[in-house]
Design a protein around this ligand. Sequence first.
Ligand code: FCB
Length: 443
Amino acid sequence: MSIRFPQGFVWGAATAAYQIEGAVTEDGRGPSIWDEFCRHPGAVGRGDNGDIACDHYHRWPSDLDLLEELGVGAYRFSVAWSRIFPEGTGRVNPAGLDFYERLVDSLLERGITPMVTLYHWDLPQALQETGGWADRATAEKFADYSARVATRLGDRVESWITLNEPYCSAFVGYVEGRHAPGIVDEATAVQVLHHLLLGHGLATSAIRATGVPGKVGVTLNLTSPHPASSAPEDLAAYRRLDLYENRMFLDPVLGRGYPADAEEFYRGITDFGFVQPGDLDVIAAPMDFLGVNYYERHLVEADPANPRGWRRLPDPNPTISGIGVHPEGLGEVLDRVSEYTDLPLMITETGIALHDYVDPERRIHDQERIDFYDGHVRAAADAIARGVNLVGFFPWSFMDNFEWAWGYGHRFGLYYVDYATQERIPKDSASWYARVTRANGLE
Ligand code: FCB
């Protein structure tokens, strides 16, 4: 059955600075927490790091040619804070702004709308050394940096995303310790979360204060959890997990403050003493859209052995990332968010990691990825038919890249990257997606 999307629906593709750029010491870039984290033995698979990554810093013109071939209307990329402010604050590095200006101008020449993420996890290491996001001042420095970028590029950038996935920065970085800065300290994690959200609010207002016309939003990774049964313990476990994965983020940015059950959840861990009067109003700064990254739907049951009280059931059919393929979860997340807000929603990421390989005919037959996207595009279309205000879809990712703690082993791209030669090869999914963008839907 063919499916056509509303006119003006945005088909895009997404990347992030540290995952693709490389050139980590070039043109005055300062180190970030990921440069540092990758150097810790065992932190990243096989000891991989982003020093070279996809060498996009040098190859961006030909990469933009490939984006054009995909037929996308928009490109979501991130600015590396430490290219603009090598020490995070103070001295501006003009070469950093010049790089992103060339990128933006070249996108516009190709008719591709730039969508800029200001923070995709790469805090300048100098700021980590003064406390990182646990320090309230980092939120203000983030707003200054955001305003600086907006002042330079704001006449040409249509949308700004303040933060990418604060869940990962705060909870994967400070509870699990699997991401930079690799700390395991729950009390600090909640404080970090609060300062990230404060940074989002301050940056939103700071960008607007520059007078630029662009839209401003935030990207949250939201999950679709379900209780494994209707037993009261499973329902309670589900509610706690949903608090942790979704409501701690959605509620404050959409003006509801922290959920009432957060106090009980964090009892004995933190009393939220770091929340100052007025902070929640700052965090609730009006937005123009909400970015949703969707990867996970899971069943939750009670687990008395876990102090948090929950257990996510292993997926019966996991991909190499350990998560299942559940397009229906995308619809569930979109419906849920629509109950919170009328803001336009954008799927700023969704995607699947596979062990892609180049066959003897130099083809990459990633039918599983095509099936994945087909299902998710259909789920998006169904959501729109139910009245969800969904305006865009950005596959993760434009090309294979440095996949954080997984290193280069997890390939999410529409384009295959041969890291030894930096050759890019379109996977079958790239050809498939190019047909989707041109048809504005599925034929
Ligand atoms: C998201 C990140 C993105 C990428 C995908 C697979 O959590 O935002 O950078 O790593 O997962």
